[in-house]
Design a protein around this ligand. Sequence first.
Ligand code: GCO
Ligand code: MG
Length: 403
Amino acid sequence: MPKIIAAKTIVTCPGRNFVTLKIMTDEGVYGIGDATLNGREPAVEAYLSEHVIPCLIGRDAHQIEDIWQYLYRGAYWRRGPVTMAAIAAVDMALWDIKGKIAGLPVYQLLGGACRTGVMVYGHANGETIEETLDNAAHYAEQGYKAIRLQTGVPGMSGTYGVSKDKMFYEPADSDLPKETIWSTERYLRSTPALFEAARLRLGDDLHLLHDVHHRLTPIEAGRLGKDLEPYRLFWMEDATPAENQASFRIIRQHTTTPLAVGEIFNSIWDCKQLIEEQLIDYIRATAVHAGGITHLKKLAAFADLHHVRTGCHGATDLSPVCMGAALHFDLSIPNFGVQEYMRHTPETDAVFPHAYTFSDGMLHPGDAPGLGVDIDEDLAAKYPYKRAYLPIARRLDGSMHDW
Ligand code: GCO
Ligand code: MG
């Protein structure tokens, strides 16, 4: 058995912060896992160093399921983003080790490929509809088959999802939370016009997506979904905060626009009702924030019984290690929907050399043994941690809104 003899965390900031766990075995094989939690990176780092790593030493690295159960059931305080990101990092690193020892890419260990590649969606955005659509046309030229559209709301600066740099958008960009303003009325008025113009300019073949980022009440979301129906969206994402899962019943009653939710979910318990009652169409949970490949497999199998497909979160605040893990998972499950692909900067890609490749609108994890992603520790050490926060949103009267 490959015995775990050491493990450590590596925190690096090649443009944004990433936390990586590295697990070493007595056979000389190591594995890596992503533990990045945007804006809370040192909390996961401490959870791993203080509470998880000491419990791993001496264990059989092949016992992935048992180690998952040990870390989840064995801790009295379950779930939550910090705990589940730490468990996820261990899980990914152990799949990486198993693949390297077997000489197989992880997707082969998960049952083999169900498709030739993983359809991804890119982010097109701009201050105006025209700018957004110019940017979308640029994605279409690069072969993308699915594109998320976000545009500035007239009269509001700093709209969610609208960035200055078109390819490398980083939402966590200030030392303390930056304040943005929000008006539901203006947003509801301006958004349908974006999709009307998009269908006229881009045609019917592209999949179009939109992220509401938890900004609406259920009935407002029902109304937006209805207004967007003529433009046949692939999905409307995070229409309302999902702590109260039953609130999605209201959205469902009013619209046939497909619904996606779950990039901030940590476990199957965050979406049990959403899935069981078929209140959503796509579940956005991904490896790093939902307990790793092991837990995501169960979640996807449960979702498959209820006609819910996957659409893993893939923003820049998930490291290339998580992207690698997500791609092996996406390739191997029957109910895959789409994978988000927000490109990392060249600095980040240099710190995390990887085997996954993009072509014709699809990503492929590659056939390197394990996850096919590594970390250059010397280069990582050149980019020390820098505190960075996501913004917050206030309504026009100054009260807090959901980010
Ligand atoms: C998405 C997300 C991101 C998040 C970011 C916050 O759909 O890609 O909403 O842009 O805001 O991951 O941590
Ligand atoms: Mg989102």
